[in-house]
Structure formats: C-alpha cells, structure tokens
Design a protein around this ligand. Structure first.
Ligand code: FES
Length: 106
C-alpha cells in the first residue's frame, strides 16, 4: 500500500491507502470531491489535475510535453506543482505523496 494524503475539493484532508502499479488518477477518482478524469486517462481532458506538495515535485517523473501543454491552459496552473494524475504511475517510493485536487474549471 502507498499512503496518499489528499486535500479534496471541499477542503477536507483525507488519507487513502493507494495501490502501486496503477495511475494516481485510478487510485483517487472514486473518492469524495476528487478528480473527474473524464477522458479516462488519455491525457486529453485535464480534469484529473492535482497540485502536488512542493516537497514531492522532484520525486515524480518529469512531465511530458503533452501534459505540460494541457496543464498550462488551466486557470489554476502552478508551474512546478501541477500534474495530471493520470500520468503519474503510483510506486512504493511515493508513500506519503501529498497533493491537492485542483478546483473544477467547467
Ligand atoms: S484523465 Fe483526462 S487528462 Fe487525465
């Protein structure tokens, strides 16, 4: 299990035991007030936007250009901290990963 610390869209702080080997989005989409992920992880919608705690940004694999392009169109884009949760593979070394679900934009 990979412990996730999440601030959801209602401002609640949640702890969730995530499963490694699948994306962060797949781990969190069923939680209350979480990501919508309407494209299902195809890097095409940006509704799985999360803002990663600054202590964790360097521990994630770098963004691909496609991900950066989608995120930079968002009104709540935070240059170093914004990520598409569907593009993050959850691994055991991310135990304790802390992030905020970005506000809904549509
Ligand atoms: S689920 Fe659509 S971009 Fe991540």
């Amino acid at each position: 299990m990979v412990r996730l610390v999440i601030k959801n869209r209602s401002g609640q702080l949640l702890e969730h035991d995530g499963q490694s080997g699948i994306s962060l989005m797949e781990n969190i989409r069923e939680l209350d007030d979480s990501v919508d992920a309407i494209c299902g992880g195809l890097c095409a919608c940006a509704t799985c936007h999360v803002i990663v705690d600054h202590n964790w940004t360097d521990q994630l694999a770098q963004r691909q250009e496609e991900e950066t392009q989608l995120l930079s169109d968002s009104a709540c884009y935070v240059e170093k901290q914004s990520r598409l949760s569907c593009q993050i593979l959850l691994t055991e070394d991310l135990d304790g990963l802390t992030f905020t679900i970005a506000p809904e934009e549509f």
